[in-house]
Structures are given as structure tokens and as C-alpha cells.
Design a protein around this ligand. Structure first.
Ligand code: C2E
Ligand code: MG
Ligand code: MG
Length: 561
């Protein structure tokens, strides 16, 4: 391969192997103008040089009769060594019989001694090199020079044609070596190549009965199109066993197999292997499995999520995200009174329609993008509160959700303060909801942040209380202003005794901490009455109102006033 990539103007390397110095000199002088010439005094030396510099030689000129190791042995060794076998060899001899024998043994041409026709010798060398390079180009289009398996392009062309004629169920298999670049770096490229060739030969042996075809796709990835098999763990085990023949312990080489079973004729060959690759990539960092099967539902979900991640910025820009407001009512008096609201994000995706935060918030929490959403919501919430203040002369405070990751933002405090300042608001206009599960994450960091925020005047509501695992001990150390009871207690409080007891427990804790409770998810009058009788002060739920667009919420304020 190295040779065909060489520029035409670059001098090819030729190895002259002859025990007689005079011959080496004559040939050297003849060739030096055209080629970069190296010399060896005998067969052993020649093999040493070749093994060190391997595929960089374009031609070997080989004397047959030499001490230490003769030319015939060199020829045999060269032809049986995959790293050297495609270097052309011209033998140099005086004996007629030897010429015929050496051609039979794999030489490409011969030159008669003594060397009295330099033009003929040069022409022969050039012709052989040229022939080999053309052949290598053709071979390399079809096959991978390192492993002898098909090349990627040819492989796909082949299975495209093949799959039109076969009715049998076929699997697309991707075999990948974990951390192969590290193997190359630690053990050297030659060792890496050896491993690749061994794996290729194991695969070749497996499919020589015609059960499949294979290629090396890129670097350390092999593709196999194979008759459907029940269990690929068997194949994996067999491969690991055979790899035991490598001097490296198989423990260093971890293979991963991704399989797309029973490929769909309606999809392209590339798609089959994309699916298998996806399954294979899913095994990265999963040390419990080495074989994975492509799962269409999972793929669809991943694609959907990738789409959401891709679209977040343009959607913020195009105002596809909208903030809704859900009222919270104070229920202590005879008639419930609007007290505040919670800002909740909605995504009106231009193609995918309305997407609920349950579908994208956990995804964006996982990759940090939720901060973009939160900051957008904080801004929107603040500007609306300011607008209502101006319009109605009263403040309807809004609670915004603060994600776990926001807690680690060193600029959180300044960011929030800046939003208030720009909108002419105070900390009593914007309340902060932090979900309970954040409290068990890194309690000391959270306490520090919350203490700072509270010192500034912000009020903190612990959201979804009861869903996480905060210990009672933590509750007494973490400063909070409001407990929001987890919605599932409320939904079930009239259905099962246990939920009711838990509601009562939350009420007890709130009395102990001396903070009010907001009950979320109240949908029925009976729930409201029960909660009121237990001492709950604030209610948020469909019973009063679903989350509303800003305009409708404004109407609600107007009515309430
Ligand atoms: P959350 O903060 O606990 O918000 C309350 C959720 O309960 C909202 O769901 C609300 O629509 C829903 N809900 C309120 N009353 C009822 C009711 O009576 N019945 C039922 N079945 N549901 C009710 P939503 O808007 O789908 O939001 C779900 C979660 O997504 C929120 O739970 C919050 O964790 C997250 N979320 C929403 N907006 C944001 C945001 O701007 N930032 C962050 N970080 N998270 C958000
Ligand atoms: Mg909330
Ligand atoms: Mg909640």
C-alpha cells in the first residue's frame, strides 16, 4: 500500500542481495540513478533488512548462490510472509535450471550474470515494478492490503448485489476492538497490524464455508454479512480462544460485537451496518457485555433525542419555547385566593408538535443543556411579573425551577440578581424551586449555595418532596422556605392509606421545620378538603387551573383582582 501511494517522482527502493562485492557494486552503479539502492551480503541479512523496512521496498534483486542463506530460501520466506509477499523479486543467476526453479518458486523474472547490458536490466526492473504497482492498485480497490479481506467499498457493492438473490435471513455484524489506538501506541504498530491480521484470519476461517462475507471497514472495525445466527456469544468465545495464539494475552484485547439481526430488505446495506455499529458503539464503557443487538425502538428514541438536542438553539431563537404559568392558591381562608404561580416550560416544536417537559428536561439535565432552558424561563418569568406589576399594581410572584446543574454554576447568584435588576424586581418576586433529588447529590455544595441565595433574600422551595431520599438529618440542616409535596402522594391520598399517611408525615415535617407546604397535582375537591383539614396552606393543581399561557394567566389575575 505504501508503494502505490508514492509519488511517481519519488525514487523507489531496491534491495540488491549478492554475496560478491563486485556484483553489488556493478548493480549499484547501474541502478543508483533511478533507484534508492540498499544492499545485503547474504540471505539472512536480506531478510533482516526486509523485516525491518518491510513494505517500503519496490523490488528485490536476488542472487541465488550465497553463503549463510541462499536465494531460494529467501524467496520462500518472502513469499510466505504476508508483509513481504507482494514485493517483486528478480533472481540473478548463471545456471539455466535455477532460473526455471526460481520462477516456479515465485520469482517474477530473472537476470543473467554477468551484467553486461545495463539498459536491459534497468528496463526489466522498471517493467516489473510498474506491473506490481498496477496490480496492487487493482487489488487494493477490492481488498484490504493488510488483512486480505474485502475493502469497504467493494464489500458494500458485493452485498448489494448478493442480497438481491438470497432469500435466507442475514445478519449484519460489526466487530470492533476496544481501545485499539492504545494497543498501537503501547505495543507498536506492527503488533497492532498483527492483531488485525489475526482477527481477520479468524473471521476468514469462519466464513470460508460460504456462510458470510467480510471486510475491514476502517482501522479496527470489521464488517461481516452473515447467515442469521442464534447466539453471537459463541462466535465471540471462539474468537477469544483463537486469539490466545497471540503473544499478547487476550485479556488486553477486548472485542465488541454489534449485530443487526435479519436485515430488512427495504433498508440499504449501509443502514444495516449503521444499525449494527450503533449497537456496537453502545457497548463502549459497558464492561458487563461484549455482544449487543440493534434495537429499533431504542434507535428511534436515540434519534428523537438527538433531534431535540440539535434543535434546542434554533427553537430558543425562533420562540418555539413558551413559558406557561400555573397558579398556586392560598386556601387558608374561606375562599381560595391566587397567591403566586409556577413557570413551566412548553416546547411547541414546528415539526414534532407540542413536546412535554417530561420528554426533554431529563434529557437536557443529563447533558447540561437544561441551563439554556432555565435561563430562558427565568428571563420570561421575570419580565412577565414586571409587566403584571405595572399593569395591576400588585406582585404575583412566580416560582422558577432551578436544575441540579445550575447549582454548580458559580455565576448563579449574579445571574439571578441581574435578571431581577433589569426587570426592576426584588427577590420576593421570583421564588426558586429546587427538586429534592438535588439535595442528595452534593449536600454540602447545595447548602452553601442555598445559604448564599437566602442571604440575598431569595426564597427556596424544595420541589417534589418525598420523591427523593433526603434524610431527616439533611432536612434539618438545609435551609428551605417551602416544602412542595410530591404529586404522587396527593394523587393517591384518597386511594390508599399509605399515601395518606405519607401526606400527614410531610405535614408533620413542615410543622417541625416551620415552613408552609404546597400540595401539587390537586385535581379534586375531596383532595383539596382533605389537605386543608391537614393544615396545608397552598394548592397547585388542575382543580384550580392547568398551566396557562401568559395571556390567559393575565386574564386570571384580572378576574381574581
Ligand atoms: P414540577 O416542577 O414538579 O412541575 C409540576 C408538574 O406537575 C407540571 O408538569 C404541571 O403541569 C404538573 N401538574 C400540575 N398540576 C397537576 C395536576 O393537577 N395533575 C397532573 N397530572 N399534573 C399536574 P409539567 O409542566 O409537565 O412539568 C414536568 C416537570 O418538568 C416539572 O415538574 C419540572 O420538574 C420540569 N420542568 C418544567 N419546566 C421546567 C423548567 O423551566 N426548568 C426545569 N429545570 N424543569 C422544568
Ligand atoms: Mg417545580
Ligand atoms: Mg414538583
Amino acid at each position: 500500500m505504501e508503494r502505490i501511494l508514492k509519488n511517481r517522482n519519488v525514487k523507489r527502493k531496491v534491495l540488491v542481495v549478492d554475496d560478491e562485492m563486485i556484483n553489488r557494486e556493478i548493480l549499484g552503479n547501474m541502478l543508483a540513478g533511478e533507484y534508492d539502492v540498499a544492499f545485503a551480503k547474504n540471505g539472512r541479512e536480506a531478510l533482516d533488512i526486509l523485516r525491518q523496512q518491510g513494505g517500503t521496498f519496490s523490488l528485490i534483486l536476488l542472487d541465488l548462490l550465497m553463503p549463510v542463506m541462499d536465494g531460494e530460501t529467501v524467496l520462500k520466506d518472502v513469499r510466505s510472509d504476508p508483509m513481504l509477499s507482494d514485493i517483486p523479486v528478480i533472481v540473478m543467476t548463471q545456471e539455466k535450471d535455477a532460473e526455471v526453479d526460481s520462477i516456479k518458486a515465485g520469482a517474477d523474472d530473472f537476470i543473467k550474470k554477468p551484467y553486461n547490458m545495463p539498459e536491459v536490466i534497468l528496463a526489466r526492473c522498471e517493467r516489473i515494478i510498474d506491473l506490481y504497482e498496477k496490480k496492487t492498485i487493482i487489488d487494493s480497490a477490492e481488498s484490504d492490503p493488510l488483512t486480505g479481506l474485502y475493502s469497504g467499498d467493494f464489500f458494500f457493492e458485493y452485498i448489494r448485489q448478493l442480497s438481491q438473490y438470497i432469500d435466507a435471513q442475514m445478519d449484519a455484524v460489526v466487530i470492533d476492538i476496544e481501545h485499539f489506538h492504545l494497543i498501537n501506541e503501547i505495543y507498536g504498530r506492527n503488533e497492532g497490524d498483527r492483531i488485525l491480521k489475526t482477527i481477520a484470519s479468524i473471521i476468514s476461517k469462519r466464513i470460508e464455508d460460504g456462510s458470510g462475507i467480510a471486510c475491514r471497514s476502517i482501522a479496527d472495525t470489521f464488517y461481516v454479512f452473515h447467515n442469521a445466527m442464534d447466539d453471537y456469544n459463541d462466535l465471540l468465545d471462539a474468537m477469544i480462544e483463537e486469539m490466545g495464539s497471540l503473544s499478547l494475552s487476550p485479556g488486553h484485547i477486548r472485542l465488541r460485537l454489534g449485530i443487526c439481526r435479519n436485515v430488512e430488505k427495504s433498508e440499504t446495506c449501509e443502514q444495516w451496518f449503521d444499525h449494527a455499529k450503533l449497537a456496537c458503539d453502545g457497548l463502549r464503557r459497558d464492561y458487563t457485555r461484549q455482544v449487543a443487538y440493534y434495537d429499533k425502538d431504542l434507535n428511534d428514541r436515540q434519534l428523537y433525542q438527538a433531534r431535540l438536542i440539535h434543535d434546542i438553539d434554533s427553537s430558543i431563537e425562533n420562540h418555539d419555547f413558551v413559558v406557561f404559568f400555573q397558579p398556586k392558591y392560598k386556601i387558608q381562608g374561606d375562599t381560595p385566593k391566587l397567591g403566586s404561580a409556577e413557570a413551566l416550560i412548553r416546547w411547541k416544536h414546528p415539526q414534532l408538535g407540542m413536546i412535554s417537559p417530561g420528554d426533554f428536561i431529563p434529557l437536557f439535565e443529563g447533558n447540561g443543556l437544561v441551563q439554556k432552558i432555565d435561563r430562558f424561563v427565568w428571563e420570561e418569568a421575570a419580565s412577565n411579573v414586571a409587566k403584571w406589576k405595572k399593569e395591576f399594581g400588585v406582585s404575583v410572584p412566580v416560582s422558577v425551577n432551578v436544575s441540579r446543574i445550575d447549582i454548580y454554576d458559580p455565576e448563579l447568584e449574579d445571574r439571578l440578581q441581574d435578571i431581577l435588576d433589569r426587570n426592576g424586581l426584588t427577590t420576593s418576586d421570583l421564588l426558586l424551586e429546587i427538586t429534592e433529588s438535588a439535595y442528595s447529590d452534593n449536600a454540602s455544595r447545595l447548602i452553601e449555595v442555598i445559604e448564599h441565595l437566602r442571604k440575598k433574600g431569595f426564597r427556596i422551595e424544595m420541589d417534589d418532596f418525598g420523591s427523593g431520599y433526603s434524610s431527616l438529618n439533611m432536612l434539618t440542616t438545609i435551609p428551605i422556605d417551602v416544602l412542595k409535596m410530591d404529586m404522587k402522594f396527593v394523587s393517591n391520598m384518597l386511594k390508599d392509606e399509605k399515601s395518606l399517611k405519607l401526606c400527614e408525615l410531610v405535614m408533620d415535617i413542615s410543622r417541625f421545620l416551620d415552613v408552609p407546604v404546597v400540595a401539587e397535582g390537586v385535581e379534586e375537591k375531596a383532595q383539596l378538603d382533605k389537605l386543608k383539614s391537614m393544615g396545608c396552606q397552598i394548592i397547585q393543581g388542575y382543580y384550580f387551573s392547568k398551566p396557562l399561557p401568559a395571556g390567559e394567566f393575565e386574564e386570571l389575575i384580572r378576574k381574581e383582582l
